[in-house]
Design a binder for this molecule. Structure first.
Ligand SMILES: Cc1cc2nc3c(=O)[nH]c(=O)nc-3n(C[C@H](O)[C@H](O)[C@H](O)COP(=O)(O)OP(=O)(O)OC[C@H]3O[C@@H](n4cnc5c(N)ncnc54)[C@H](O)[C@@H]3O)c2cc1C
Length: 403
């Protein structure tokens, strides 16, 4: 039997999951080759935070070693960037000048860190936190007593700050908004988090706009718009990501913020599919693992000739800072008709916030004590009517079940 040629651009978390799903659903149907710009086989990107903090080594976060690719008959091209897609000829071209033909092509190129548009952001010592190379670069700059400034007080920035602190650096987090993680936390919960970080020796500066980065041959500090200067030997920019769509755009595929896909994960070219952070479905690009895995499943079903359609579900995340319990799930966009139920226990350092809409739970943040996270997440995902337990909902599973 002649096998169809399936090429995958991007050996990250969505690309490798798509391959696993294809192997499971359509065994033997495709000759698979994967191209990864990074030099490594697949690893867990989310574990870069514990790696930065010294809690994991790189070899412990590798999810698929080279033997796995070989055993599954997959041609792995590491350190190889795909630079062009010639759709008429159905060929991709790589940075080293080679061409590869495909019958089906998957784009799983992920995202790039959003750049900080200020003078000095190109200086050596200004870094991002996206891949293993970034962590290795940061670790080369860390030394006891040296100073790091992390720009961005979201999940990623805080995990970077924690990791660098664990490596012995003095760390300041600079955040544009009045409080940390403003998309998930209200002011009070954020101040509990800030206090906890400060107790660990991480300085937090909110409502601070970065005006520039100083230094000549190496970064020396961060200039804030209010005139303050924060000395720094290392600056980490963690202000968000943007889908990596350059390849798709240059190939003439329909793109918006991401590569536009339909529910079957097909792009505007029927031979080309996309999944992961680079894909935009129904106007939305996702930035967490769970939806990317769902996309990979749907994509594989399509490639196996099945009919399936992607339906996004609410997502949940935890801050990966040892000793800080923070769980956040669902939607906090404060649409009309939403109501908040909040429980605060400042002495215990605990906080809970539930967001309800039309009697259903749509968002939950737990700080300090997160054991009910899975319970609330189930309610969000199922869309169950919570009216009968509304009065005790905030107290979690035990009281709700009794009610
Ligand atoms: C430090 C960190 C912590 C995180 N923690 C969490 C968490 O706790 N929970 C959670 O849900 N999510 C977390 N995330 C987000 C999660 O890791 C991403 O959502 C996920 O990795 C995206 O998968 P992807 O395959 O779309 O992109 P990626 O994993 O980024 O993979 C894309 C790959 O494609 C390669 N590539 C791009 N263009 C080309 C090209 N032209 N040719 C060849 N290769 C190319 C890239 O080099 C990259 O290796 C975290 C992210 C980071 C950086």
């Amino acid at each position: 039997m002649i096998r169809e040629r399936l090429l995958v651009v991007g050996n990250g978390m969505a690309g490798i999951r798509a391959i696993e799903e294809v192997l499971a659903r359509a065994p033997g149907r495709y000759d698979i080759a994967v191209f990864g710009a990074e030099p490594h086989p697949a690893y867990s990107r989310i574990m870069l935070s514990p790696m930065l903090a010294g809690e994991k080594r790189f070899d412990e976060i590798v999810t698929h070693d080279r033997a796995w690719y070989e055993a599954n008959g997959i041609a792995l091209h590491t350190g190889v960037r795909v630079t062009a897609i010639h759709r008429d000829a159905r060929i991709v071209v790589t940075g080293d000048g080679r061409s590869f033909a495909y019958d089906r092509l998957i784009l799983a190129t992920g995202s790039e860190p959003a750049p900080l548009p200020v003078p000095g952001s190109e200086l050596p010592g200004v870094m991002t936190f996206r891949n293993a190379g970034d962590v290795e670069a940061m670790l080369r700059q860390t030394r006891d007593g040296a100073r790091a400034v992390v720009i961005g007080g979201g999940l990623l920035g805080l995990e970077a700050a924690y990791g660098l602190k664990q490596r012995g650096m003095g760390v300041t987090v600079v955040h544009l908004m009045p409080h940390l993680m403003e998309r998930q936390l209200d002011r009070e919960a954020a101040s509990l988090l800030q206090r906890e970080l400060e107790a660990r020796g991480i300085e937090v500066v909110c409502s601070a706009r970065t005006a520039g980065i100083s230094g000549t041959r190496q970064v020396r500090g961060v200039e804030l718009a209010d005139g303050r200067h924060l000395p720094a030997d290392l600056v980490v920019v963690a202000i968000g990501v943007r889908p990596d769509i350059a390849l798709a755009r240059e190939a003439g595929l329909v793109t918006a913020r991401g590569v536009v896909v339909d529910g079957a994960m097909r792009t505007s070219d029927p031979h080309i599919f996309a999944a992961g952070e680079c894909a935009e479905h129904d106007g939305v690009c996702h930035g967490l693992i769970a939806p990317l895995y769902d996309m990979a499943k749907i994509l594989a079903a399509t490639l196996a000739g099945e009919t399936a359609s992607y339906a996004p579900l609410p997502t949940a995340t935890r801050l990966k800072v040892s000793g800080i319990e923070l769980f956040s799930a669902g939607d906090f966009s404060h649409d009309e008709g939403c109501e908040d139920i909040i429980l605060r226990d400042p002495r215990r350092g605990a906080y809970r916030r539930l967001v309800l809409k039309n009697g259903r739970l749509i968002g939950a943040v737990l700080y300090g004590e997160t054991s009910d996270g899975a319970f609330f997440f189930d309610l969000i995902q199922s869309g169950a009517d919570t009216a009968s337990m509304r009065d005790v909902l905030i107290f979690g599973r035990a009281l709700c079940e009794a009610a």
